[in-house]
Design a protein around this ligand. Structure first.
Ligand code: C5P
Length: 417
């Protein structure tokens, strides 16, 4: 038997579009509120031809929104805030037209504007004539939406209102509400109560007030690792060199410029249960001049005297009372990847190394995918080529498994290698 309060405290924004199945949205509202959830309805102009705002309002207990340009409501709650106030956007029924608008990013009414402006998960329940459903245009739109992470329930097969038979019937409301409940079920958070420190991005080493030495790191893999650890419930401190990336939701970002600043920020962030060093830290710095170095016509070009930067990964790996339980480094190699990365693990004193082959022909540097080998005291394990976000999710899951046996914030002497 389902828990009658499965949706307690969860907020659904229900978009009702114009199809003969729109009347089933009324049953859906009853089921969601019956399980303790709240529903705010948005009705499209076409949807209002099939169900009335009054019926939706009576069942949901909330004023139904229909108008993108409603001045009174706009001043109280902007249309963007409307979608942010929900835990899930549900489109029921999702017509062929609304799916096309979503796939092409149109924002011509309140429903499409909300769908374009939201970063909240979206579930669509398509319903339409079987030929419209089978049409390559609808199928292409469906594939686009799925690829963007939109969840889909149905349609079911059966007799339609137009007396044709096939796929296109709206899923029954209990099936839709079951999907809503599974999407809103709290994700397992094995890293809750843990603190993760992640370094990411390049460092910039100033030469004078206007010039600096840098590298091509984008920070993407490190930001993905920070996001993945956060999703598993960790408190995450992301110490980042200069990048163009937005901080992942819920992650505390400390922005630094130089290697020395990165080291200081890492020391400040300790203690941590796990440290993952993905940053491309510059190997050297220059002692910067306080004023801009002038170019004198015919003069001798200046000589840059380089000095070593601190090795942040090696310092975090040093046995000490503040050593994180698990220290993970990254190694970008162009040949003999496993041998070099294994040697690097020993040299730096870290527990694990994530190694990858960054030869130009692999397309990994600057690309979306990565193919990594995880090197641990137990040996080397090569993972299949996959998006960098999935590499991050896989690594976060392994970190959670490893920490499961350790009490929070317990320093550990690294195993002999
Ligand atoms: O020595 P190499 O740069 O190849 O080592 C790569 C690993 O060491 C990465 O995890 C990187 O974040 C870390 N590292 C560091 N501080 C440095 C140099 C590298 O933390 N100064």
């Amino acid at each position: 038997m389902t828990d009658p309060r499965t949706l307690a405290g969860r907020r659904v924004l229900l978009i009702v579009a114009g199809g003969i199945a729109a009347y089933k949205a009324l049953e859906l509202i009853r089921l969601v509120t019956g399980q303790g959830g709240s529903v705010q309805c948005v009705l499209t102009e076409a949807g209002a031809r099939f169900v009335t705002p009054l019926s939706l309002q009576a069942l949901s207990g909330a004023e139904v929104r229909t108008d993108l340009f409603s001045l009174s409501l706009e001043s109280e709650m902007g249309h963007i805030a409307l979608s942010r106030a929900a835990d899930l956007l549900v489109v029921c029924p999702a017509t062929a037209d609304l799916m096309a608008a979503m796939a092409t990013g149109r924002a011509h009414d309140l429903a499409t504007t909300l769908l374009l402006a939201t970063d909240t998960p979206v579930l669509i329940a398509p319903a339409m004539n079987v030929r419209m459903w089978d049409h390559p245009a609808t199928q292409a739109n469906l594939a686009t939406l799925k690829a963007r992470g939109v969840h889909v329930v149905g349609p079911d097969e059966g007799v339609m209102a137009c007396n044709e038979f096939g796929f296109g019937r709206l899923s029954e409301p209990p099936a839709i509400v079951a999907q809503i409940a599974s999407l809103l079920a709290p994700a397992p958070q094995p890293l809750a109560g843990r603190h993760a420190l992640v370094t990411a991005g390049p460092t910039h080493e100033p030469i004078d007030p206007v010039r600096y030495i840098a590298n091509r790191s984008s920070g993407q893999q490190g930001y993905a690792v920070a996001a993945a650890l956060r999703v598993l419930g960790a408190r995450v401190t992301l110490v980042s060199g200069p990048t163009t990336l937005a901080a992942p939701p819920g992650v505390e970002r400390v922005e630094v410029e130089t290697a020395w600043q990165m080291l200081a920020a890492c020391r400040d962030a300790l203690p941590a249960d796990v440290a993952v060093c993905t940053a491309a830290v510059a190997d050297w710095h220059v002692t910067p001049t306080p004023t801009k170095i002038k170019k004198t016509p015919g003069g001798t070009p200046p000589t840059l005297i380089l000095a070593d930067n601190p090795d942040i990964l090696a310092e975090l790996s040093q046995p000490s009372a503040r050593r994180p339980t698990l220290v993970v480094g990254f190694a970008a190699e162009t040949n003999d990847v496993i041998a070099h990365a294994t040697a690097k693990r020993a040299r730096k004193g870290c527990d694990w190394i994530v190694a990858n082959d960054v030869r130009a022909e692999t397309g990994i540097m600057g690309g979306q995918d990565n193919e990594v080998t995880l090197i641990t005291p137990d040996g080397a394990e090569t993972w299949p080529r996959q998006p960098k976000t999935q590499v991050a999710a896989g690594l976060a899951a392994r970190i959670a498994d490893m920490l499961a046996g350790c009490s929070p914030l317990s320093p550990r002497t690294p195993e002999p290698r």
